[in-house]
Design a protein around this ligand. Structure first.
Ligand SMILES: [Zn+2]
Length: 98
């Protein structure tokens, strides 16, 4: 399942990536961080607990499903800085696409 390139796990792209994303969201449909705070929020992003850039693997045990705002916060934590959140017109933070 894994493609190793330059010693780093590459995430699946294209069709396979879409299928994998849907499967993971079905397995964990609620945001894990929100759930921990007693909030029931639909997850929209399967997030790597250990980022691929930091040696994490693209396997289900390295995945947690999050809502978009939690994903932005977690990504900022993982990369050691705080994202200056830009809130879009719909009231959601604009994805920084890190
Ligand atoms: Zn959340």
């Amino acid at each position: 399942m894994h493609t190793f390139r330059h010693g780093k796990t590459e995430r699946l792209r294209g069709r396979a990536g879409v299928k994998q994303r849907i499967r993971r969201l079905q397995a964990e449909p609620l945001c894990r961080d929100c759930k921990a705070k007693g909030r029931i929020i639909a997850a929209t992003v399967p997030d790597h607990i250990i980022p691929l850039d930091k040696g994490g693997t693209d396997t289900d045990d390295n995945i947690r499903c999050l809502c978009q705002p939690c994903h932005v916060v977690r990504t900022a934590e993982q990369f050691g800085f705080r994202v200056k959140q830009t809130i879009g017109l719909d009231g959601w933070p604009i994805d920084q696409d890190l």
